[in-house]
Design a protein around this ligand. Structure first.
Ligand SMILES: Cc1cc2nc3c(=O)[nH]c(=O)nc-3n(C[C@H](O)[C@H](O)[C@H](O)COP(=O)(O)OP(=O)(O)OC[C@H]3O[C@@H](n4cnc5c(N)ncnc54)[C@H](O)[C@@H]3O)c2cc1C
Length: 348
């Protein structure tokens, strides 16, 4: 019997399986590619909400844990996880004043630089930019691919869709296709809506799309630019531009609507020429109160969920995977903000 079966291999499955490895616990992962959220994500680790200049929820402690986690899993290939500053391009004098006020706030002062910079000459805005410090860029797609190959080699990764009808749940074990496990943890992202054990949770899809463009004159290969959308360098003078938010067409098929919306915005923002070379989409698993959902199924003792990472999974999943494992193995209490028990009324 193995200790864990993990269903789903995005950021949730990746961080949780890594915690198991660190604790010498045995596991299998089963995942398909029905959801693409982690594979298309921008990979930006940014502790500040840049619309309102507020520290994101729990950002300080999440960031510390995330940095040490990603350093440990990307070592020695440092290019998958690098510090990259964000230059926030101000939209007005009022916006610039709001930044200056926020940079004086004791919580934000270590993240928002109060020395403003002149914009990249290829940006058509007349205002300056502020630099967000302690921000990182993670190549999550690459990391997931590398980890998947490692697990396939170790025969603990099954590339398949989980068949919920083939699971046999007993008091102290779970059987799935002739294998037995002590616990099962569901990490399916928006795929959770198909899961008969957890589809009562208030997890809603929010589709995000990027266009990928090539612009040799932009010269921003080591800086993330943020206006309404992010311009994220992906190498070779190519950049991701987005992402959009939409509750329609909840699948990973890029839409002409998002393409024209992004293209129009980018044309207005850049002075230089650019060529769109690709477009990608995924569905964020978002929760009504904007906090992830962790914890035990109300009926089954050995069944857990790790989901609801919304638009900030990269910063929060490393800390929360640690908390979930301690909750399962040492009965440590979960923070009530993320505990599944806050939604028990939907189950009952
Ligand atoms: C366009 C876009 C940009 C984003 N940018 C950022 C960013 O810059 N920074 C940030 O922090 N966050 C970002 N996010 C959000 C972040 O990507 C999500 O919070 C995160 O990816 C959710 O991860 P997950 O593991 O819960 O789900 P997913 O990544 O969706 O992974 C779930 C996995 O489970 C598999 N699965 C589902 N059902 C089954 C089943 N029945 N059987 C087998 N396998 C199954 C899926 O195929 C998938 O592989 C972005 C999201 C989008 C869409």
């Amino acid at each position: 019997m193995k200790d864990f079966l993990i269903v789903g291999f995005g950021i949730a499955g990746l961080t949780f399986s890594n915690r198991l490895q660190q604790n010498n616990l045995s596991f299998d992962v089963i995942s398909d590619s029905s959801q693409k959220s982690s594979r298309v994500a921008g990979g930006v680790l940014n502790p500040v909400a840049l619309k309102r200049y507020k520290l994101a929820w729990n950002a300080d402690s999440f960031l510390r844990e995330a940095i040490s986690f990603y350093k440990s899993i990307t070592y020695p290939s440092t290019s998958d996880f690098e510090p990259v500053p964000i230059h926030k391009i101000f939209s007005s004098i009022q916006d610039q004043n709001d930044w200056m006020l926020a940079s004086d706030n004791f919580q934000l002062s270590s993240f928002l630089n109060d020395e403003l910079v002149i914009n990249n000459p290829e940006i058509s805005k007349n205002y300056k930019s502020g630099i967000v410090k302690h921000t990182f860029l993670l190549d999550l797609k690459n990391i997931l691919e590398r980890k998947e190959s490692e697990f396939l080699k170790n025969s603990c990764f099954i590339k398949a869709s989980f068949d919920y009808e083939k699971i046999d749940i007993q008091n102290n074990k779970i059987t799935y296709q002739n294998n037995t496990y002590r616990y099962i943890v569901f990490c399916e992202g928006f795929g959770v809506v198909q899961n008969p054990y957890f589809n009562w949770l208030p997890i809603y899809g929010n589709k995000g799309e990027y266009i990928i463009f090539h612009a040799p004159d932009l010269n921003s290969n080591h800086t993330i630019l943020k206006s309404k959308y992010f311009i994220i360098p992906v190498g070779n003078d190519c950049y991701k531009f987005g992402a959009t938010y939409s509750r329609d067409n909840l699948n990973d098929i890029p839409t002409p609507k998002a393409r024209s919306q992004l293209k129009e915005n980018l044309s207005a923002l850049l002075n230089c020429n650019f060529e769109i070379v690709d477009q990608i989409a995924g569905v964020r698993p978002t929760v009504s109160d904007r906090k992830p959902i962790l914890g035990k199924h109300p009926k089954y003792q050995n069944m857990y969920v790790f989901n609801g990472f919304g638009s900030r999974g990269i910063i929060s999943a490393p800390s929360l995977s640690k908390d979930l494992l301690l909750h399962i193995t040492k009965n440590q209490t979960l923070d009530k903000d993320v505990d599944i028990s806050r939604f028990l009324k939907f189950y009952l």
